[in-house]
Ligand binder design. Sequence first.
Ligand code: FAD
Length: 464
Amino acid sequence: MPFDIHIIGGGLAGSEAAWQLAESGVRVRLSEMRGGGDTTAAHQTDRFAEMVCSNSFRSDDAEHNAVGLLHQEMRMLDSLVMRAADKHRVPAGSALAVDREAFAAEVTGAIEQHPNITIVRERIDSLPGHPTIIATGPLTGSKLAEAIAAQTGEGALAFFDAIAPIVHRDSIDMDVAWMAARWDKGGKDYINCPLDKAQYEDFVAALIDGEKMPFHDWEKDTPYFEGCMPIEVMAERGPETLRHGPMKPVGLDNPRTGRWPYAVVQLRQDNALGTLWNMVGFQTKQKHGEQVRIFRTIPGLENAEFARLGGIHRNSFINSPRLLDRELRLKSTPNIRFAGQITGCEGYVESAAVGILAARFAAAELRNDRLPPPPIETALGALLGHITGGADAETFQPMNVNFGLMPPIEGRWKRADRKKAYTDRARAAFGEWLAAIRHPGLDPGPAFSFRKAEEKADAGSSPA
Ligand SMILES: Cc1cc2nc3c(=O)[nH]c(=O)nc-3n(C[C@H](O)[C@H](O)[C@H](O)COP(=O)(O)OP(=O)(O)OC[C@H]3O[C@@H](n4cnc5c(N)ncnc54)[C@H](O)[C@@H]3O)c2cc1C
């Protein structure tokens, strides 16, 4: 059957994108290599939207949780993935967990029966010349990955992530930490957390003793580049290694003592909004619970709230903030869009969500129309904004949806109230956007500009 758009990959993102396009009347060719003689190291079946690990879509609380809010927005956009998840949910408290077999069978059935979708069980090894959405996920076939790398340039496609924890700025105790750059060079761009000798030694011991996540068999050849070695591997090399590496204190006068501390943990701004800060050089394989326990022993981070914890995995993802425009098109080759985890979002839900957006942008373009991106205050808009503009391209690593990707809500709030304020604001913004895209006469308002936000922040900051 002739097609209007080609989707490569029938995972969470590709299935959702195919469904969204087909429902809007667009003819889709969906190429999936599983079932055609190929597979990935993690998939077990040839079904669409297979969940390769946990069976959870995480919190379904749309009032106090960013991923719960994302569920709600996706449902309002007729998400196939959410419909199948709701239909096959299993008891899991406030989380949305599903019967993975029934879930994947439901998605597969819907795709197979759709008259506008042609399924081809084939592996694609090169970038097509026609309109395409690449949704090949964290385990993209190696030849296609090479083709993407060749098209996007050196270093633009990563094969492993090396994720340092990211902390919400407003949870850092600035009565203990301070802003400075080493030797006072440049602006006061880093948040510095000081450790004395005893604190440092306890910290190093905790890192060495902490429980680590094992690598999968097929990840065991994970290359450790000197620049992104797990912090616990550095700690194991000797008690002084970290003090000469990411915890080096030289040139950092603590304004409260007038001296260099014994060791320092530095955090660097991670998004244009300034709400998220990454722990520089702290990529780690410690289990998540251990990370929270150990990193909260760092002075200034006792009450740290983590937007994401560290990790190192096999994971193909492109440098989206550099490569993609706001409609998920490759700037150098605009007939190619990306969706799902390969864009640098992280997780089943986020991947499907980016699948919805890629499909809806593509459908609008095929109609010679333009879909305004969802507002930055919404979960979908915040996720899209982060991967296509808000994140720092230099340190870009995969990211889950979280409130730190949205413009901050000012003022003093109780924790639960602040979360509710984020979701209330998001619902209002999403409602207006939805009304505007369903009734094109309404104005959805100007798209958020990270550049303008940065200029505003610069104008408001006191001179260094
Ligand atoms: C081992 C592992 C465990 C994970 N655990 C979790 C978890 O517990 N919770 C969570 O939320 N997320 C988890 N993730 C992340 C998860 O993969 C993604 O969240 C989600 O599946 C990504 O959706 P996607 O559609 O982008 O990719 P996928 O769902 O992986 O789909 C990509 C599809 O593209 C196909 N494909 C690849 N290359 C080609 C090619 N060249 N030609 C044709 N088809 C191709 C693949 O066969 C696959 O079907 C895990 C990932 C891995 C690798």
